[in-house]
Design a protein around this ligand. Structure first.
Ligand code: FAD
Length: 476
């Protein structure tokens, strides 16, 4: 009866309002965003304070129950997804959603892990600052989840990944001890930088309860353009020109294949291609700065004219209002939702050196043509970071045959590796890529990861079965 005893203990910590036991009410915590996994747990626990999180972790450790930390549950690798054997509980941070403090002069904000990213950005804005992390799930993902996945998004080219945006952390360790590392420092060389271990750890080393995040001056002008380019090679030349012209003022540079625009406009009401003639590829880009909007717009027009002259682009439109800018971004951010409904696909979140993206795309199309003829290429992503969402689709209405997924994944990830790239640029490993880690990470990397896990979580109670490949038994 340990489960009954555990639930009584959890109720004593978080009260009835902090506990979900009803099967129906639990479902949103148990079904993954892409609906490819369903979990089963005896309870979803929703603490309100760090002390409550620590007490929940201790109670679970005592009963040997594993914990799946969960934020907005928008991750796409199954990392926040409980298994279906009832061996875990979900620990949702959603009720820990306070902004604890803003220090505008220090350009930092202390936030609880369950703050929705959109709310963190809005709080920064109210303080006349920018919190630059931005991704399609902004309205539902939470800062603790963003930190635990080291989320990327559309502004990495200027501000870096989430790792670059975190100054301090508060973490409940797997034995229930609280580490208060909520320091808002730019410089701190007094020992190992421990917070880095928890950033991108996918909840396998502890539960992040709060963070000090970095803020930036709010840009006074932002100009967004949608540009037609004949090919990824042309997009790369255009990127190099835009970087030369704008340096750190270039804040987003997204490459989008025509099929992504076509499918999204067909499937999502209210969206249309803002250019009159279709092009094989597009770039959605943004420049921002502290000067006047007119000056920035004029500068972008000049650079666009030079790009046209050089044949790097064939057409472009600049958003003339906030409404048009929002529409362009909605078009980009709706691609994953539209893609989800377009049939069977093989999804990859890869990175290669920026300079090699065009060559990679040509080579992989040839490889896949041999492996699985008839695939519809469906590629979009953050060209400015060398990160592509490479998600080819089967022909409309077709079903995958056994082995198709593995053949496509192996072809894509082998080529990524040959190009010196990564099989997970920003989404993480979770359950989705766990088996592939052994193939693509070196034994020494796998050993170091397993050793860290063993040190922090010797009983394997923090998000087991995610990210960490159990070490192979020692050879006698
Ligand atoms: P969850 O999905 O709840 O959890 C993710 C991982 O973090 C899990 O391992 C979980 O156990 C762990 N975790 C959560 N909270 C904590 C905590 N407090 N302490 C310890 N561990 C914790 N990702 C990108 O990087 N870039 C994109 O551009 C992007 N675009 C997306 C667009 C859409 C439409 C969708 C649905 C997803 C997108 N994602 C993107 C993926 C996802 O939104 C991110 O991975 C996001 O950072 C996850 O945050 P979350 O709060 O939903 O975390």
């Amino acid at each position: 009866m340990t489960t009954e005893r555990l639930i009584a203990g959890l109720r004593a910590i978080v009260g009835d309002e902090g506990l979900i036991l009803d099967d129906h009410a639990m479902q949103p915590y148990l079904i993954s965003w892409r609906d490819n996994w369903r979990g089963r747990v005896p309870a979803v626990v929703r603490p309100r304070t760090t002390d409550q999180v620590a007490a929940v972790v201790r109670a679970c450790a005592h009963e040997g129950k594993a914990i799946v930390p969960q934020g907005g549950h928008t991750g796409v690798t199954g990392a926040s997804q409980p298994h279906d054997d009832g061996s875990e509980i979900v620990l949702s941070l959603e009720r820990m959603n306070a902004i604890r403090a803003i220090d505008a002069d220090n350009d930092t904000m202390t936030v609880e892990a369950g703050c929705v990213l959109a709310d963190v950005r809005a709080a920064a804005e109210r303080a006349d600052r920018l919190f630059p992390l931005l991704l399609g799930a902004v309205g539902s993902c939470m800062i603790g989840g963003n930190i635990s996945t080291n989320a990327g998004g559309v502004n990495v080219i200027r501000y870096g990944n989430t790792r670059n945006l975190v100054a301090g952390l508060e973490v409940v360790l797997p034995d229930g001890e609280v580490w208060d590392g909520l320091r808002g420092l730019r410089k701190d060389n007094a020992g190992y930088d421990l917070k880095q271990l928890f950033i991108g750890a996918e909840g396998t080393l502890g539960v992040i309860t709060a963070a000090v995040v970095r803020l930036f001056p709010k840009p006074r002008a932002e100009i967004t353009a949608f540009v037609a380019v004949p090919s990824p090679q042309h997009a790369l030349r255009w990127l190099v020109r835009a970087k030369d012209a704008f340096a750190e003022q270039l804040t987003a540079f997204e490459l989008i294949q025509d099929i992504c625009i076509e499918v999204t406009c067909r499937r999502i009401p209210g969206l249309h291609n803002p250019l009159r003639t279709a092009s094989p590829w597009y770039v959605l880009m943004e420049v921002s700065g502290q000067g006047s909007e007119d000056a920035l717009r004029a500068a972008l027009e000049d650079v666009l004219a030079a790009g046209l002259e050089a044949g790097e682009l064939t057409d472009a439109t600049i958003a003339a209002s906030g409404q048009q800018r929002d529409m362009l971004w909605r078009l980009r951010e709706s691609i994953p939702e539209a893609h989800k409904h377009e049939g069977v696909s093989f999804k990859h979140d890869i990175s290669v050196p920026i300079s090699r993206v065009p060559e990679f795309l040509t080579r992989i199309e040839d490889e896949l043509d041999k492996e699985l003829p008839g695939l519809r290429m469906f590629t979009f992503g953050h060209l400015g970071d060398g990160n592509l969402h490479f998600n080819p689709l089967l022909p409309a209405g077709a079903a995958a045959a056994p082995g198709d997924l593995q053949r496509v994944n192996t072809a894509v990830h082998d080529l990524v590796t040959a190009f010196g790239g990564s099989i997970s640029a920003e989404h993480g490993i979770g359950r989705l890529r766990l088996d592939e880690l052994t193939r693509y990470k070196s034994p020494v990397e796998l050993r170091m990861m397993a050793a860290l896990k063993q040190l922090f979580d010797p009983h394997n109670v923090m998000n087991p079965g995610k990210l960490i490949v159990p070490p192979a038994p020692a050879q006698k």
